[in-house]
Design a protein. Structure first.
Length: 459
């Protein structure tokens, strides 16, 4: 697709929104530990601040997803981006308030630490940004709304590409900007501006995708109350829900949808395996491989680059010849092999490992999201994506907290555990999802039919 046509396409605004959101998040990753240390915190405080984001994303994702089903995707995306702008503004404010000590303690397990006023502002900022960061569920629901069966895998692959690009570009920009005279302030200013710019783009360029909600823009202050009003339309057929009614989309109702519990199980396992990987890899690289920070950075940059290539052109081509379930199984197998190859200390073997991992994740995860987007009625898409994102947040917290401890006890065997997880995913997809079981039954039926016809021809 030509660049001009792509920019004018309906998918471009949501991809740009996703990229800018991830960019703002990844900009602060390399400098957060230094900011926490300057404000009086230690490794324990850094870990708590790091865990605050996924904790509040876990709380926010389902609520925001359900809200988008009720008042519209666009409205929720605008509200959450303004929330992110507030969070980054508080982050910046922390640099200008006095370092008043609020709480200090000396504990043998975690060492001595001090909670200052700037650190308290950081905690509040990460809470707000984590909650509003739950809008990933809304972005996925938006993409599900505008996708057809023909382009669903490709569109979710583009979502993955924009995420990988944001994660790759953010730390690089942060490292360059932190070297200027403004130091850590400049990356934070960019993150704040990115949050505000994203809200403006959503308001001006994004059209409402929820079929029951009219497209709206942010009104004047006098008309602001109208922004939260819902204009329902006769948009759902009888097979999905009663026309004009409000769908029940609580946890119990979502889990009752056929196939959803299995998909959430896969969601949790995938995030757990990758969080174990991201925690264990730096320890493995520094202690056993004796890599420098630059070597590790190049390695991860290569991984991100291969992810972008796979989720973009590669997935677009292979999705023409294979369905989502087949791609999920193939991707899980590639990931298992890649994690096993990580056990080798040969550099060529390690790069081969992450190439397979990038290929596996690049075709598996967008295919998974595409399949998840087809489950349930359109009136429940936001809730389905929201509870799914919560599964990822729980797995992220578990992986971040336990990854280091697991590596201390099991060493590189942690990569074998991740490989085993993806084999479980592959077999779960193959034998547990109703859609796949139906395809298998159909295949065996066709085989038996062909065999019977062959026998009749002989006689």
């Amino acid at each position: 697709m030509p660049i001009a046509s792509f920019v004018r396409s309906r998918t471009f605004p949501i991809l740009l929104v996703n990229f800018l959101g991830i960019l703002g998040y990844s900009l602060v990753l390399p400098i957060l530990i230094f900011i926490v240390s300057d404000f009086g915190g230690n490794g324990f405080i850094y870990g708590l601040i790091g865990a605050t984001y996924p904790l509040f994303q876990f709380i926010g994702a389902p609520k925001l997803g359900k809200l988008s089903d009720r008042i519209g995707r666009k409205k929720v995306l605008i509200i959450t981006q303004l929330g992110s702008f507030l969070a980054w503004s508080l982050f910046l404010l922390a640099f200008f308030v006095p370092k008043i000590t609020i709480w200090s303690q000396q504990v043998s397990i975690v060492g001595g630490y001090v909670v200052t006023l700037p650190l308290l502002l950081l905690f509040i900022a990460r809470m707000i940004d984590g909650y509003t960061g739950g809008n990933i569920s809304v972005a996925n629901a938006y993409m599900a709304d505008i996708s057809t069966d023909a382009d669903r895998n490709k569109n979710f692959g583009l979502i993955g590409t924009s995420t990988s690009l944001g994660l790759a570009v953010g730390p690089a920009i942060s490292a360059l900007l932190a070297a200027t005279f403004l130091e850590e302030l400049l990356p934070l200013m960019i993150a704040t501006a990115a949050a505000l710019l994203t809200a403006i783009i959503i308001n001006k360029k994004l059209t409402e995708s929820n079929p029951c909600i009219e497209n709206t823009v942010v009104p004047s202050i006098k008309e602001f109350g109208q922004f939260f009003q819902v204009v329902p339309k006769n948009c759902y057929d009888e097979n999905n829900m009663e026309s004009g009614s409000v769908a029940k989309n609580g946890w119990r109702e979502i889990l009752s949808i056929k196939g959803i519990p299995v998909m959430y199980f896969i969601y949790f396992l995938t995030y757990l395996a990758f969080n174990l990987f991201y925690v264990a890899l730096p320890i493995y690289a520094s202690t056993e491989l004796n890599w420098t920070a630059a070597e590790l950075g190049i390695f991860l940059a290569y991984f991100s680059l291969m992810m972008m290539v796979t989720q973009g052109p590669v997935l677009t081509k292979v999705s023409r010849y294979a369905d989502s379930a087949t791609l999920m199984i193939a991707g899980a197998v590639f990931l298992s092999i890649g994690f096993v190859l990580l056990l080798g200390k040969n550099v060529t073997l390690l790069y081969a490992a992450v190439t397979l991992m990038a290929l596996g994740n690049g075709i598996m995860w967008p295919s998974f999201l595409a399949m998840l987007s087809q489950m349930g009625s359109p009136s429940k898409r936001g809730a389905i994506q929201g509870y799914g994102a919560s599964m990822g947040s729980i797995a992220g917290m578990v992986g971040l907290i336990l990854g280091g401890f697991f590596f201390e006890f099991w060493g590189t065997a942690i990569f074998k555990i991740s490989a085993g997880i993806f084999l479980v995913v592959a077999f779960t997809v193959l034998f547990r999802l109703p859609y796949v079981k139906l395809r298998i039954k159909k295949y065996f039926f066709e085989c038996n039919k062909f065999r019977l016809l062959s026998i009749k021809r002989k006689f």
